[in-house]
Design a protein around this ligand. Structure first.
Ligand SMILES: [Zn+2]
Length: 289
């Protein structure tokens, strides 16, 4: 499944400038020919058909994700989180990397005071909100667990990275009318996990659901919620991390023995998720069209 792995990895590794990533954007010729691209203009003469490079470029819309951070007005304590959203920082790099995917319109990702600990995509406003209150919840949760401010800061940023990619997944599905099965919430967790794992940042992926656990401390499990229970979300991500590299990630099974019964199936689970998202996003990938 190396072909399907490349598409997600290529976009993130290039923009995040992560060294040591050996995944290459090596689309196979048979992938191209298998794609039912009937909208492509016919060649003006028979000669073009013999050249693989003569395939007409598909026109993709210019829309992309953009990131902006609003100033804090009500709660000055939240102001410290603005730094995450500055140009050149990690979240900005992730957003730029996701420009690989064409959107029918620009989708602003707005970091702001919302009055709630949340992050969400609005299909009506065609925008994503990342609430400073959510960052604050993550941060305070990690501090209460005894982490140093520096470590809490890092984990909070990891949590926001995962959460932002999760919301971008909702926007990709909503704006491009991508069909899903098995629950959109799980699907977009998969996307966030795949991107971070393939960008060689599995710890960022794992810290996503770990950060989200701060939101349901002490609550009863919400069995009827559209989201899986946070421990399940973490289990899914850990299974993907293990499945992506069973030999290299075998320590996970020592740290999280609960994963052992599922572990033999994780490589297949990982490959299935990767295949789904790669196929789903391929029509919108600028480097593939
Ligand atoms: Zn969601």
């Amino acid at each position: 499944m190396s072909t399907t792995r490349s598409i997600l990895a290529a976009l993130v590794t290039s923009a995040l400038m992560l060294s040591g990533c050996n995944l290459k954007n090596k689309a196979k010729a048979d992938d191209k020919s298998a794609k039912p691209d009937t909208s492509a203009a016919p060649a003006s003469d028979g000669s073009a058909a013999s050249s693989a490079t003569a395939k007409p470029k598909k026109e993709l819309p210019p829309g992309k994700f953009t990131l902006m951070a609003q100033e804090v007005k009500k709660n000055p304590d939240l102001g410290k989180f603005l730094v995450y959203f500055k140009t050149g920082e990690r979240l900005d790099a992730v957003v730029k990397a996701m420009g690989e995917y064409a959107m029918p319109r620009d989708i602003p990702i707005v970091a702001r005071e919302c009055g709630v600990e949340n992050a969400f995509y609005s299909p009506q406003k065609h925008a994503i909100s990342l609430c400073y209150e959510l960052a604050d919840k993550f941060y305070k949760g990690f501090i209460s667990k005894g982490l140093s401010p520096q470590e809490a800061n890092q984990r909070t940023l990891d949590g926001l990275t995962f959460t932002m990619l999760h919301e971008m997944g909702h926007a990709l599905i909503g704006e491009n009318e991508i069909g899903v099965s098995g629950g959109e919430e799980d699907n977009v967790d998969d996307l966030a996990g795949l991107i971070l794992i393939q960008a060689k940042k599995p710890e960022w992926a794992a810290n996503g659901p770990i950060a989200l656990m701060q939101l349901d401390q002490g609550d009863k499990p919400q069995y009827f919620d559209e989201h899986s229970i946070t421990q399940q979300r973490l289990g899914n991500i850990l299974c993907m991390i293990f499945g992506s590299d069973p030999q290299g990630q075998k320590l996970i099974l020592e740290r999280v023995p609960e994963l052992r019964p599922r572990a033999p199936k994780c490589p297949k689970e990982y490959a299935q998720r990767d295949k789904f998202w790669t196929k789903a996003l391929e029509p919108f990938a600028r480097s593939r069209n």
